[in-house]
Ligand binder design. Structure first.
Ligand SMILES: Nc1ncnc2c1ncn2[C@@H]1O[C@H](COP(=O)(O)OP(=O)(O)OP(=O)(O)O)[C@@H](O)[C@H]1O
Length: 654
């Protein structure tokens, strides 16, 4: 159907809650043309969210919190518009002016038809034509301004919200990431964040736009012919009826699409992350099948969504055609009775063309809000997850100057969130400044948990962990972590240059600092031999460096950090004997002068330790030096024998 309302519009159309209209209708809003913006196709704006209940088995934490109202969600995220509210007001002013200019244009079109076209008078053409052109210019300027500002403010909102969620995610404890698939988190940080924007910024501006357009066009239609206008208004509820009939099904399909989106991202991310496993175990076929399964679910949901949206659009088209035919029919009757001019009728029909889209938008606003609320729920699941630890209140915070590095565990007990049993019970020990304390024990005994408590990834359930006599929960978390360097079990490599991988140990480190740290870590020679030296990029997954080389980069990073306390979690695990030997020398250099807590099964460095702690099922069962514990003939002696080393110390290589 073609109506006069299909002329190029100057109306700002910010929130179009359903998919872009079919070809030949109004084009996509400028927001949809923003480069790089994550946009979907059919069912897009409807595919806004997914509450835990819709995710079936894929819900990571099974949290279902229905009943969050749109108002509550709105008030939760509205504060993020702070700083942009004056822009929002300006956008609304542009929206109103654009609607006014559009109204004026249509009225002038009617006048032109009657006074110039019907009569065939060129002199009657110029004045209304000039006014129309003026109105079009004003509309174009405010349309450009309003649309540009709308894009700018909404993208800033998305940026701020994403930053807020990302900052929060980074403060969450490690077990949170164990319970959520990365792909799903990515989906929430991208798609769901945009869903909130649809509701809070575009939704608000779109509502203002739709309300004002409706009011102006209705007023103009009533002014032209109130009786005809009233007749056509009676057909308006048909739009709401159509929207309500389709809303539920479109939304369900869209939710399923989002679930499948998240699942696809997860499968790709997991498969690529474990490429070695996939290739070594010939799992390529199985991984493809996994992806195909998720892709099939996505295809089904996507096609269903597109089909329903298209059906809805076509139904609305039919309703619109019906309305226009009613108007033309009534108009023909009125013209035949000389109670109406052809110009009036055309202007009236044009108003209908303009009036129905905002009415449709208002009809669909409810859908947008509900769908966005569902997206908000997914995001709130993340935002409501509390960090395991928080900074102390400013007046309680202690920052000891010049941390010496005395670590003390006092009667520490701990259980992971949701776990049935304690992982640590009444663990007490002290590591004095500069001492090497080695923690060993069977797998699962709780050794790594000690390091997690020391870095305050969690707070103990009982007892206290102290640094220089200050309980850790009295120190700001960032201060504590500045004073502890961690070398985790898995060498952490950033997707960046060798230089950056070392420099991240201390913000602001100079090139000379980086090279000095690399030399101390015995890494300089192999780094210098790389094609681009320190600028050589390394990839965590396909690193062309050996395990030992990567470990030496990690040691260089820790060197640079220069923290008084060092935590080494299995520093030689996964390295063959020769490589381990090459790592031990720089490790010793690193440990010198620092309190070192070394968690290890590898007892090669045990004779160096000032104290060895043996953990068994979360309890400290033996404490002493290497020789004391060997003579005890207890757990340690047993572990030591099991290692079956011919020599206690490896020969060192420089
Ligand atoms: N996030 C977690 N949630 C629940 N239980 C956990 C979590 N992390 C570890 N555990 C459990 O706590 C126990 C101690 O784990 P920990 O990693 O401290 O042992 P470990 O002695 O370092 O083992 P390994 O030598 O194998 O690394 C194990 O039984 C483990 O399954």
């Amino acid at each position: 159907m073609t109506t006069l309302g299909d002329q190029p519009t100057i109306q700002i159309r910010v929130a179009e809650p359903l998919p872009a209209p079919a070809a030949g209708r109004r084009g996509p809003s400028p927001r949809d043309r923003v480069p790089g913006r994550h946009r979907r196709t059919a069912g897009d704006q409807e595919s806004i969210g997914l509450s835990g209940s819709d995710r079936g088995g894929t819900t990571a934490d099974g949290a279902v919190r229905p009943g969050r109202t749109a108002r509550r969600t709105f008030s939760r995220f509205w504060p993020l518009t702070r700083g942009d509210r004056s822009w929002l007001v300006l956008i609304c002013v542009c929206v109103v002016l654009a609607a006014l200019a559009e109204t004026e244009s249509v009225l002038l079109f009617g006048e032109l038809t009657d006074n110039a076209l019907r009569v065939g008078s060129l002199s009657a053409f110029w004045t209304p034509a000039g006014q129309w052109f003026g109105a079009a210019l004003v509309g174009a300027v405010v349309g450009y301004l309003g649309n540009s500002l709308a894009v700018w403010t909404s993208e800033r909102f998305v940026m701020r919200l994403r930053e807020q969620v990302f900052r929060h995610v980074q403060s969450l404890p490690p077990d949170f990431f164990g319970r959520h698939r990365t792909g799903d988190l990515v989906e929430r940080l991208t798609g769901d964040v945009e869903a909130i924007e649809q509701m809070v910024v575009s939704g608000a501006v779109g509502t203002v736009s739709a309300v004002f357009s409706t009011v102006f066009f209705s007023a103009a239609a009533l002014w032209l012919r109130w009786d005809l206008a009233l007749a056509t208004f009676t057909l308006a509820p048909l739009f709401w009826l159509a929207a309500s009939r389709f809303s539920g099904r479109i939304r369900t399909a869209a939710r399923q699409e989002r679930v499948a989106d998240g699942a696809i991202t997860s499968v790709v991310e997991e498969s690529l992350g474990h490429l070695a496993l996939t290739q070594a175990y010939n799992r390529a076929g199985a991984e493809e099948e996994r992806l195909r399964r998720e892709a099939r679910a996505w295809l089904r949901a996507s096609v269903t969504g597109a089909r329903l949206s298209e059906l809805y659009e076509q139904l609305v088209e039919v309703v619109e055609t019906l309305c226009v035919l009613v108007v033309i029919g009534l108009g023909a009757w009125e013209i035949s009775k000389s109670r109406m001019t052809i110009g009036q009728l055309l202007a009236f029909a044009a108003f209908l063309g303009y009036l129905y889209p905002p009415i449709r938008s208002l009809g669909r606003l409810g859908l947008t809000l509900t769908a966005a609320t569902a997206g908000a729920e997914r995001l709130l699941e993340i935002l409501d997850a509390r960090p395991a630890v928080t900074d102390p209140a400013a007046d309680r915070a202690v920052r000891p100057s010049g941390v010496r590095g005395e670590v003390e565990f006092h009667q520490v007990g701990f259980r992971y969130p949701g776990a049935a049993e304690d992982v640590l019970s009444a663990v007490s020990f002290t590591a004095r400044p500069g001492e090497l304390v080695l923690i060993t024990g069977a797998s699962g005994a709780g050794k790594s948990t000690v390091s997690k408590l020391l870095l305050r990834f969690y707070d103990p359930a009982a007892g206290q962990v102290r640094l220089d006599g200050v309980p850790l929960d009295r120190m700001p978390v960032s201060f504590l972590r500045e004073n502890i360097a961690l070398l985790p079990q898995e060498t952490l490599i950033l997707h960046d240059s060798v230089h950056e991988n070392i420099a991240c140990g201390r913000p602001g480190a100079t090139d000379a600092d980086v090279v000095r740290a690399a030399r101390a870590a015995d890494a300089h020679d192999f780094v210098a031999a790389l094609p681009d030296g320190y600028d050589t990029p390394i990839d965590p997954h396909t690193a062309e460096l050996s395990g030992g080389q990567l470990q030496r980069l990690a040691i260089a990073r820790a060197m640079l950090r220069d923290a008084p306390v060092l935590v080494l979690d299995e520093p030689t695990t996964g390295l063959d004997a020769a490589t381990a030997r090459r790592v031990i020398t720089p490790l010793r250099r690193l440990m010198r002068g620092r309190t070192t807590i070394m968690i290890t099964h590898d007892l090669n460095l045990a004779p160096d330790a000032d104290r060895i702690l043996v953990l068994d099922h979360g309890r400290l069962v033996e404490t002493g030096t290497h020789h004391e514990l060997l003579t005890l003939e207890g757990s340690y002696a047993h572990l030591h024998r099991a290692q079956n080393h011919g020599t206690e110390r490896p020969a060192e290589e420089g």
